[in-house]
Design a protein around this ligand. Sequence first.
Ligand code: FAD
Ligand code: NAD
Length: 465
Amino acid sequence: MADYDFDVIVIGAGPGGYVAAIRAAQLGLKVACVESRATLGGTCLNVGCIPSKALLHASEYFDAAANGTMAKMGVEVTPKLNLDSMHGQRRDAVKQLTGGIEMLFKKNKVTWLNGHAKFTDEHTVEVDGESHSAKDIVIATGSSVTPLPGVEIDNDKGVVVDSTGALDLPAVPKKMVVIGGGVIGLELGSVWRRLGAEVTVVEFLDQLLPGMDGDVRKEAAKIFKKQGMTLKLSTKVTGVEVKGKNAKVSVEPAAGGEAEVIEADCVLVSIGRRPNTEGLNLEAIGLETNERGQIEVDGQFRTKVKGVRAIGDVVPGPMLAHKAEDEGIAVAEWIAGQIGIVNHDLIPGVVYTMPEFAGVGLTEEAAKERGAIKVGKFPMLGNSRAKTNHEPDGFVKVIADAETDEVLGVWCIASVAGTMISQATQAMEFGALSEDIAYTCHAHPTHSEAIKEAAMAVRGKPIHM
Ligand code: FAD
Ligand code: NAD
């Protein structure tokens, strides 16, 4: 057998790559992970999941104080924003967590090659001029912001920004236009709205949050409007003109019609992300990407080039950290000669606003296309804990096969929907019927009881409604 420097080289140290590297090392393989950033953890830890949640959490406290929620509970305070401290605690969370991955690498004897990797052949990558070879190479290079043609992003100037810029604004914008009513637009739009910005979301489609259940999307529009966001659905941006610290955003109906100009001092471009393959020199190994720029893989994450596998945002599927992590574990297990399983039908999705929006499995629309279904829905207003906590918005919806009662999808809008959805995912992973959930004892008083009640509603028999 050929002599390689490593058993496995992983390119990219995001949640896909760092997890793959650690798992492969745990399985006794000699592993290197190439990462060009100065810190490990990828998009997720550096400029994605973690810093956005740090700002969402902090701004939620500010909002609760400012919008009267705390006063309702007898805590009367007038909040004063210290944005530098808020950013400081965000940077601190990122520093601690990225440093934690570095420690895990040391503990598991994963070699970090700090630099940019490009292929020279299917077993060799060059990292800043030095060659490193491995029997198996895993591409986990993640994704970057999709640009909007004709709109130039300048995060340093802070007027037209992407998600990375929107995490680090030095002051609260007066008027913010968010282009794209998806996950990033709503999460980061919520942060700045809570801190005082007037936020207008311009979304090309007729509803927010593409991919989520239709009822959830409609309810999202109602909730974000109630919170004070202006929503311009079925609307497209035709240009952004920047003069000094101000931007003029030209919009018009998606189907064509009269144009309008919205003035703003901050414009967030959040229209999706695209896979990172540029600069990898995939030509050297004869690997092509699909029409969406993704690397196609089989069930064992093998590309069409022997010895080269790929995981995470760079391959098809939802661009989510937990999906990348699970693929990281599975790919390492396949490389080590084990069986690595990821159930791609049950990847939960969560939007971490207040309330949170979460779902797993099929939407009602997709389930109906598959056959006859029964749907049970329960409002959070009927849940004692949500009501007591002054969290009236939202519902849980359980979708089951009409004949077999197997749960096909669960959707939650609740303050802790992201936590609640794990129970539904686990039940579905075990092939649960709605009856199984309905007859499982749930602790009282918890938001999760709404899942039990929605499951009971599948048979038309919830108690608290
Ligand atoms: P990445 O995390 O993108 O990591 C890839 C790494 O590879 C990067 O660090 C990059 O520098 C490195 N790299 C690329 N090319 C090379 C090369 N040639 N050589 C060396 N290194 C290279 N997902 C969630 O599940 N929950 C959330 O709450 C959430 N919030 C998000 C918030 C924001 C603002 C953003 C932008 C994303 C968020 N995501 C969230 C998505 C999540 O961050 C991604 O799905 C996840 O990071 C993908 O992991 P990955 O390992 O595939 O790639
Ligand atoms: P997205 O795909 O969630 O939303 C983009 C939105 O922009 C869509 O609604 C789309 O219709 C709209 N759009 C596209 N072009 C447009 C245009 N020209 N004008 C107006 N609207 C337009 O993408 P995102 O919000 O940028 O997020 C990128 C990825 O990051 C997502 O795949 C998401 O999974 C991931 N992410 C996840 C989380 C989370 O899990 N909580 C948080 C942030 C990001």
